[in-house]
Write a protein that binds this ligand. Sequence first.
Ligand code: FE2
Length: 364
Amino acid sequence: MTSISRRNAIKGLAAASTVLPSMTSAIEPTSKPPLLSRINFGSCCHQDKPQPIWASVLKQDPQLFLFLGDNIYADTHDMNVMREKYARQTDNFSKIRNHCDVLAIWDDHDFGANDVGADYPQKKESRDLFLQFWGDDPNNSRHRSNDGIYHARTYGPQHQRVQVIMPDLRFHRQAGEKVNCLENISRLVRNMGPYAVLDEQRSQLSPQQWQWLEQQLLQPAKIRIIASSLQFLADYTGWEAWAQYPGDRKRMIDLIEKTGAEGVIFVSGDTHWGEISRQSENVPYPLYDMTSSGLTETWSQVSPNRYRMHDKFYAQENFGELHIDWHQKDPQIAMWIRDINGQVRLSHHIHLSELSFQPDHTTK
Ligand SMILES: [Fe+2]
């Protein structure tokens, strides 16, 4: 396909957005919207650290960049401090924001502070700062009265439509629990985090967000990127992840089954390392979760994950890439985790048909 980078083309991409009726843009596309083929993403970007990685991201000429959370390290209850930290990030993000369309979701550190959730007292003020920084139209649906910043967009023509779904895992997140001291010590030697698996009633999402999610999965699309600030598939790290809320994790898989949504790929951040996870049992079709973290952050004690592909990870600065070759009859999707120089460190290729319901699948 021809390149559709830069702002003019992105106006066409954005005009192709089709979401819930209440969220539909008044702008109707006047011509066939361009294909979306090149998507980059990343997370965990400290405002006070050097960010040479952007030069390598820009070399990939993305049409869309997804910020997956911890986009600043606010870690405060003082909104003046948060505002000032966003301001420090403005120049760092200016080139990517001028280059292509950008969508963002938050995680704990840009929501407010380490691992906080629904109880964070300044969450509405923080939401206002987030939406202001990311340039959201004050009339759009993310300015909800008592709910989070979840949202979705679609790109491309009908038969090659890519949907990006961005859940909010912070605004209504019920509090986690840590394991006891002895258990924590035994986890330390296994590089695991301190969090216990919660009962199935606890959730990260409000009932309204679950309804919204179901409606989104019913929208027509060939590929659905669920952009989650926390790892969806990883099992079990002991850190914040969907595995900490097994009721949510199961409900999401059940929702994919119930809605008949094919083409789902998860992308996630938060961990400070990159990896590709794949789960093939107890799911309607193989599920992938590409984790990229961080744009500035690194890690030295990578946790276990039974779904990590080939047991390979990359724990230095990295960003992710999804490259869709629509020209093949069965479109090919390349999954890459690239390092600070743009070199591919982790790689996997699939055909879109792999992400369709298997006749004899079972989910438990
Ligand atoms: Fe985080």
